[in-house]
Design a protein around this ligand. Structure first.
Ligand code: ACO
Length: 325
């Protein structure tokens, strides 16, 4: 009898472009009718990073992936799958994953594709990569979340433009003979597609419709807390574990109040939640791997820790991954 194949994160990396932009700087730069106090109190966000115009999602991903590969002790040529979660790709096509493959120098014709689940993108991507690894077709996957959300923000809409930032995070997921990823759960409900969307498209060489991010903040807030609590319980139940066995929750970094409310509903102490939203803003699909990498590099997260990764975002989509690091 052959023993089962498991998947394990063997390296993490992340990258943030340029220097941090404080709330005060952003307000001044875009003449916003807002204040640092309002933004901090409602969201927990104090600063974010914004990519220069000539830097795309693949450029940020390249740096994050180099760092993740270095941490895992792998070379680009050992990578046999690339999945890039992004809602802000370099182009309509080719995929950001294909561009990243070229930039990394992965010339072994292994599969590379983008995955679009907005802020749940990384949870979706790692769940998909895990299935490739467990099937035996992939030995070493790069799973990336990378975003330049600054490109789709309406700087006249103070209700949304203060919330987001740019950045990238990546993990190397390898086949092994011990878990690794313990349980995953993914969901979507398209009937909520209107509460968070960019309702525009490119047609005939023009942007048709509204090419900026639009959001019903209160509806998103309610949906996010309920979905994150439920999917957290679901992955724990699937693995026959309880919340007390979780060392760290790494939630999507949208808003400190969403994170604290989710922790409370799950019965998790708030100091077990990794928080980066204060320094990065909401980096959509990049937020979970960015937070994971920071916590690993700071020594907070150690080998053997049980981690609960949770995402929620446009679609609406939501999902969670329970793993042993
Ligand atoms: N500065 C000052 N005032 C503002 C700002 C701002 N940046 N933005 C909105 N306001 C004003 C509004 O115009 C409104 O003014 P009015 O009463 O004169 O009409 C007032 O503040 C209250 O607006 P609300 O939208 O009711 O404020 P709320 O308390 O709901 O906070 C927020 C808004 C922070 C967006 C909140 O709804 C929220 O956090 N929602 C979750 C959304 C989120 O995190 N989205 C991220 C993307 S989704 C995801 O990643 C899962």
């Amino acid at each position: 009898m052959t023993s089962p194949i498991y998947s394990r994160i063997t390296g993490t990396g992340s990258y943030l472009p340029g220097s941090p932009v404080s709330n005060a700087d952003l307000i001044k730069r875009h003449c916003l009718d807002s204040s640092d106090e309002w933004i901090v109190e409602r969201t927990g966000i104090r600063m974010r990073y914004l990519a220069p115009d000539n830097v795309g999602a693949s450029d940020l991903a390249l740096e994050a992936c180099r760092r993740a590969l270095d941490a895992a002790g792998k070379t680009p040529m050992e990578v046999d799958l690339i999945i890039v979660a992004t809602s802000t790709p370099d182009f309509v096509f080719p995929s950001t994953a294909a561009i990243l493959q070229r930039k990394l120098g992965v010339s072994n014709s292994s599969p590379a594709f983008d995955l679009q689940a907005v802020c749940t993108g990384f949870a979706y991507a790692i769940s998909v990569a895990e299935k490739f690894v467990r099937s035996g077709s992939t030995k070493c996957a790069l799973v990336v979340g990378t975003e330049v959300f600054s490109r789709i923000l309406d700087w006249k809409d103070r209700g949304t433009c203060v919330l987001f930032g740019d950045g990238s995070g990546a993990v190397v997921l390898e086949a092994g003979n011990a878990p690794g990823i313990l349980s995953t759960a993914l969901h979507a409900d398209g009937s909520y597609s209107d509460i968070l969307c960019v309702p525009g498209q490119v047609s005939g060489g023009l942007a048709i419709g509204d090419p900026f991010l639009r959001m019903d903040g209160q509806a998103v807030f309610k949906f996010a807390v309920k979905a994150l609590a439920e999917v957290g319980e679901e992955v724990l139940a699937n693995a026959s574990m309880t919340i007390d066995q979780v060392d760290w929750m790494i939630p999507h970094q949208a808003n400190i109040r969403i994170i604290n409310s989710t922790a409370k509903k799950l019965g998790l102490s708030p100091d077990k939640a990794i928080i980066t939203v204060d320094r990065h803003g909401n980096t959509s699909a990049a937020s979970i791997p960015l937070a994971l990498d920071e916590a690993v590099r700071s020594g907070k997260i150690r080998r053997g820790d049980k981690l609960l990764l949770e995402g929620v975002g446009g679609g609406f989509t939501w999902g969670a991954v329970l793993l042993e690091f």
